[in-house]
Ligand binder design. Structure first.
Ligand code: ADP
Ligand code: MG
Length: 249
């Protein structure tokens, strides 16, 4: 049993079958990549995992509990965190303030300014936030406004904002999309460090094969809403079905 078990998930948009009988099992503490050409259904699948979309049929279990019918913030509290394609940070706030925000998001998903003002100086929370910034090598930039960070640093900050919630499953949707080769390599390095440092499972949706083969232990190939193969990177490389799926890209 994986920490995440997707069984027979279907999702239609009108007449379009975005996901057809999708099965996926992600092992705890592994990095699992989901790859596939544009329009394969990768983002739709991810949205079904975080409660942004509800599958028409099928089940999604996280650590033995169904996520279906739960609101995104409830799923977040179960231990699933998502990194967005474009970093979602607050430009007017400093790096440190950004990392403090998830510490004060309350159970109903609302942010409590009062709680923030009250506890911003509490040493254990402050040191936890600082530790996260150190983990992503952003501690020396703690007082810089987030808006003025480079794209790569924004990604690091967003990662710290996710990690401070102590997720058990981190979902990443094309974390290197639009990045330069240098920033892409930095992101790979960062994700490797996170993987090696803590008990965390990552499911990473990625278009860039270099990223996938640098990180993933298992790969699921999705094409036209259906998983074609699931295997190790070694076996996926040069797999005829995979090459077929990417033909015409
Ligand atoms: P990927 O992330 O693999 O590129 P998506 O999951 O975004 O693919 O999309 C899968 C298919 O579903 C595409 O054909 C896309 O146009 C369609 N689609 C995605 N979201 C919606 C939506 N909200 N409404 C209608 N069609 C959608
Ligand atoms: Mg997508």
């Amino acid at each position: 049993m994986g920490i995440l078990e997707v069984k027979d998930v279907n999702k239609n948009f009108g007449g379009l079958k975005a996901l057809s009988d999708v099965n996926l099992s992600v092992r705890e503490n592994s990095v699992h990549a989901i790859i596939g050409p544009n329009g394969a259904g990768k983002s739709t699948l991810l949205n079904c995992l975080v409660g942004k979309l509800i599958p028409d049929t099928g089940s999604v279990m996280f650590d033995g509990q169904s996520v279906l019918g739960r609101k995104p913030h409830e799923i977040n509290q179960m231990g699933i965190s998502r990194v967005f394609q474009t970093p979602e940070i607050f430009g007017d706030l400093t790096v440190f303030e950004n990392v403090m925000i998830p510490c004060f998001a309350s159970r109903d998903g609302a942010f409590r300014m009062h709680a923030y003002e009250h506890t911003r100086h509490e040493t254990d929370i402050v040191s936890m936030a600082e530790q996260m910034l150190a983990d992503v090598k952003m501690l020396e930039k703690r007082d810089i406004h987030a808006a003025s960070l480079s794209r790569g640093d924004k990604r690091r900050l967003e990662m710290a904002m996710c990690l401070v919630q102590r997720p058990r499953l981190l979902l990443l949707d094309e974390p290197t999309a639009g990045m330069s080769r240098a920033d892409t390599n930095n992101t790979i390095e960062l994700l490797r460090e996170i993987r090696d440092k803590r008990d965390i499972t990552m499911a990473i949706i990625e278009h860039d094969m270099h990223v996938v083969f640098s990180l993933a232990e298992r790969i699921t190939v999705l094409a036209q809403g259906t998983p074609l193969v699931e295997d190790t990177p070694e076996n996926i490389k040069g797999h005829p079905k995979v090459q077929e799926a990417y033909l015409g890209e």
